[in-house]
Design a protein around this ligand. Structure first.
Ligand SMILES: CC(=O)N[C@H]1[C@@H](OP(=O)(O)OP(=O)(O)OC[C@H]2O[C@@H](n3ccc(=O)[nH]c3=O)[C@H](O)[C@@H]2O)O[C@H](CO)[C@@H](O)[C@@H]1O
Length: 357
């Protein structure tokens, strides 16, 4: 990859961590190779990409959009207003990119990407989509007909040659991380299993309730549990609670297992860091995509999928107790994430367009 170059790009994607973190991984990768990477990131007002991006990526210019998701059922009166908002935002984005002149756009899903994709199309600027889930989300479905390429995380999502299987980009530590890093999070016996518990980027009350039952019975393993209700877990000395951990992926690199929902980005991280996992798919996900995500990972082993309405606590505990823990000497050594690399290579060098324009 060439260095000392300038590149102007438009990014968008978010609303939730599952859409936002893949965009961030690609952005960070690009940033390594360009001395002057100029980025406009179109954000969902008040959501994760707005709150986290400035610290993650200080050079990006954030522009919030008003577009909101459609109400269900679709014939809801509010949706007329929502459609107007998309038109207004499309116009706003068009004006901005006309002046900014980006080389390409990269969009990772979430309703905010719709006006951005429409504006890029109107200005004849190539754009690329990334889909994290096994089925296309609504925004990606709408935009895919105009996208230059659609990068996907699962083989079964490909429907024509425009679709390229890359996997889902995940955040990776730049440096080695020793197992002893866990001491910073309260863990004091590094030879015991360390299990990370969380309900995606938005949290999950159901997982909190389920884990209360697990912690009543299982006192040996250590747990780092992300929750909005830390007071519920105070009586368990082996449970260390946090409201949100921005760098959860660093803990994944040195932990032993995960108990979580089955959001696609979490699943990609579980695979990348080769963790054992108990997955409890969220039933409200569009087209039940979390269950589909989870089942395709289950085929690869080290993963058990539970139905949230029927979790057998003893089976769950038995699964945990079969995990071979890393020992206190363990050190994670940095490795490249092939999905991130593959997306960037496809955009810049594999004749997909941007650099050759
Ligand atoms: C309610 C909702 O819309 N869910 C969707 C959303 O989920 P959600 O945003 O929960 O997505 P994922 O579970 O895929 O990803 C969560 C991300 O947040 C990170 N994390 C989480 C907690 C924390 O304290 N710190 C932290 O960094 C995880 O490491 C992971 O990178 O996007 C996913 C990917 O499109 C979809 O599959 C989900 O169905």
């Amino acid at each position: 990859m060439g260095k000392n170059k300038e590149l102007k790009v438009v990014f968008s994607g978010g609303g939730t961590g599952g859409h936002y973190y893949p965009a961030l991984s690609v952005l960070k990768y690009l940033n390594k190779y360009y001395n002057k990477l100029e980025v406009i990131y179109f954000t969902t007002k008040g959501r994760i990409e707005e709150k986290k991006l400035p610290t993650d990526f200080p050079k990006a210019k954030l522009i919030p959009l008003n577009t909101k998701g459609l109400e269900r059922p679709l014939y809801n009166f509010k949706n007329i207003n929502r459609a107007f908002e998309v038109l207004k935002d499309t116009h706003k984005v068009e004006k901005i990119i006309k002046e900014f002149k980006p080389v390409f756009g990269f969009l990772t899903g979430g309703y905010v990407t719709v006006p951005v994709g429409l504006a890029l199309k109107k200005q004849n600027i190539p754009f690329y989509l990334h889909e994290q889930n096994s089925t296309l989300g609504i925004s990606n479905k709408v935009l895919s007909r105009w996208a230059k390429k659609v990068f996907v995380s699962y083989e079964q999502t490909k429907t024509n040659d425009k679709f390229i299987l890359t996997g889902n980009p995940v955040r990776t530590p730049e440096n080695e991380i020793p197992r002893s890093y866990l001491l910073n999070f309260g863990i004091n016996d590094l030879n015991k299993r360390c299990i990370l518990v969380f309900g995606g980027s938005l949290g999950s009350n159901e997982i909190d309730e389920l884990m209360l039952k697990v912690y009543e019975k299982e006192k040996i393993n250590n747990y780092i549990h992300i929750t909005k209700n830390p007071e519920k877990f105070k009586q368990f000395p082996n449970v260390f609670t946090f409201e949100y951990l921005e760098n959860l992926y660093e803990l994944m690199a040195i932990s032993d297992g995960v108990i979580s929902r089955a959001g696609a980005t979490t699943l990609a991280e579980i695979q990348f860091y080769d963790l054992s996992a108990i997955l409890i798919p969220w039933k409200g996900a569009a087209e039940n995509h979390q269950l589909k995500n989870a089942l395709s990972l289950q085929k690869k082993g080290k993963v058990a999928v539970f139905d949230e309405e029927n979790v057998e606590i003893d089976r769950l505990i038995n699964f945990l107790n079969c995990i071979q823990p890393k020992n206190e000497e363990y050190i994670y050594t940095p490795k490249i994430n092939r999905a991130t690399e593959s997306i960037v290579n496809n955009i810049l060098w594999a004749g997909c367009g941007a650099e050759g324009r």
